[in-house]
Design a protein around this ligand. Structure first.
Ligand code: HOZ
Length: 426
């Protein structure tokens, strides 16, 4: 099994840097060769050798219904038969924008784009255009895609590979990104004290999902809101992960804090490339062609992606969807805690809704520095012990595990049994 993946990876590496189209797919921090996937259905993925795994990566979040859900696939097939791209307006885009406005409390108007990175880059440009200011505040360990402004002390792959700040980002970009500590309002207050009238926006993952899952402490998000209010600084919630994951209203509904702008992606496109940024109408109307801030895209609002996303949202809007998913996630955490009881090394679990990270450190993990105390070597051993038993986890300590509605009792029992055995390899 490993040999064939190794040879596929060797072949890929001759033509693709590192053999991967996104660094988080490489197994560099856990060792071994990345698994090449052939197909997926429900909670399972099948590799190129025909071996099945229970999947807790779920394409890094989008597959909240499980893979190849019939409603989503049906919608894509039907849309494809009508043409794959027009570069012109469709009614489905309006339907999608209305659905987002109806679900997400802060959104009055919304623009569809193709990726989370595009959404965050565009939201920051808009915030700068709206406020006439240049600096943004981001939190160490938060990841907002690979736009220049965000690759400074970034989480996810940047953190996994130990290069949280990327070469290629100009000094100009770097100096306009101010760094604060997640869950530490004083660190934000200090930045406002130093240069508050230059700050266009604070951007934050309301639940950090890219240094592992970190829970916002009581008052943190409310405090950010209060700091922005009355200062001509916009609050941007990057809900690319949490949007439609913690509920239809995302983290802003879950915690009851309304940002000025919100970025969405992942679940929004049902597994196809669709993302969005939206917010107050007076801000969004600064966008071209109404206002002067430019942003565009040939494939923005693509008919296949929009059809997939609309089909996904129809399923999520069915009564009881999130209650059921969150109950299952509670049981998942309880299972894990039981299975890890006799682990020979310290661990802790952070979970919000169906997002969870098991950290190999005593914890609590509440910011970037405490996340970095995790034993990444132990995670690597755990990861491989699980993979050997047919459970596919993120190949990095600093990522979230995602649960889908397709993860049923049988799958959860198999997972708990695998954890009990993996613990012996720690
Ligand atoms: N947010 C995802 C990982 N934390 C991004 C996936 C990717 O970079 O490929």
């Amino acid at each position: 099994m490993t040999d064939s993946h190794a040879s596929r990876h060797a072949r890929a590496s001759k033509v693709i840097p590192g053999g991967v189209n996104s660094p988080v797919r490489a197994f560099q921090s856990v060792g071994g060769s990345p698994v090449f996937i052939r197909s997926a259905k429900g909670p399972r993925i099948t590799d190129a050798d025909g071996r099945e795994y229970i999947d807790f990566v779920c394409s890094w979040g989008p597959m909240i219904l499980g893979h190849a859900h019939p409603s989503v696939i049906g919608a894509v097939v039907q849309a494809a038969a009508n043409g794959t791209s027009f570069g012109a307006c469709t009614e489905a885009e309006t339907e999608m924008a209305e659905a987002i406005r109806d679900c997400v409390p802060s959104v009055e108007k919304v623009r569809l784009v193709c990726s989370g990175t595009e959404a965050t880059m565009s939201a920051v440009r808009l915030a700068r255009g709206y406020t006439g200011r240049e600096k943004i505040v981001k939190f160490r360990g938060c990841y907002h895609g690979h736009g220049d402004s965000f690759l400074i002390q970034a989480g996810s792959g940047a953190m996994t590979f130990g290069n949280p700040s990327s070469p290629g980002v100009t000094k100009g970009s770097a100096q306009d990104t101010l760094l604060a500590e997640y869950n530490d309002l004083d660190s934000v207050r200090a930045l406002f004290k130093a240069c508050g009238d230059e700050i266009a926006a604070i951007i934050v993952e309301p639940v950090a999902g890219n240094m592992g899952v970190l829970v916002p402490e009581k008052g943190f998000l409310e405090g950010l809101r209060a700091l922005c209010d009355g200062r001509n600084t916009l609050l941007i919630f990057d809900e690319v992960i949490t949007g439609f994951r913690l509920g239809l209203a995302g983290a802003q509904g879950y915690y009851g804090v309304k940002p000025d702008l919100t970025t969405l992606g992942k679940i929004l496109g049902g597994g196809l490339p669709l993302a969005a940024y939206g917010g107050r109408a007076d801000i969004m109307d600064r966008l071209s062609p109404v206002g002067p801030v430019y942003q565009a895209g040939t494939l923005a609002g693509n008919p296949l992606a929009t059809a997939a996303g609309l089909a996904m949202l129809r399923e999520l809007r069915k009564p009881g969807f999130y209650e059921t998913l969150h109950k299952r996630a509670e049981a998942w955490e309880a299972d894990l805690r039981r299975a890890l009881k006799n682990a020979p090394i310290p661990w802790c679990i952070n979970r919000v809704g169906s997002l969870l990270t098991l950290f190999f450190t005593p914890g609590p993990v509440r910011d970037y520095d405490s996340a970095l105390t995790a034993d990444t070597k132990a995670y690597g051993r755990f990861f491989h012990a699980m993979l050997d038993q047919g459970i596919y986890l993120a190949p990095s300590q600093f990522e979230a595990a995602f649960l889908s509605a397709a993860h049923d009792d049988e799958v959860m029992e198999r997972t708990a049994a695998a954890v009990r055995k993996a613990v012996l390899k720690l």
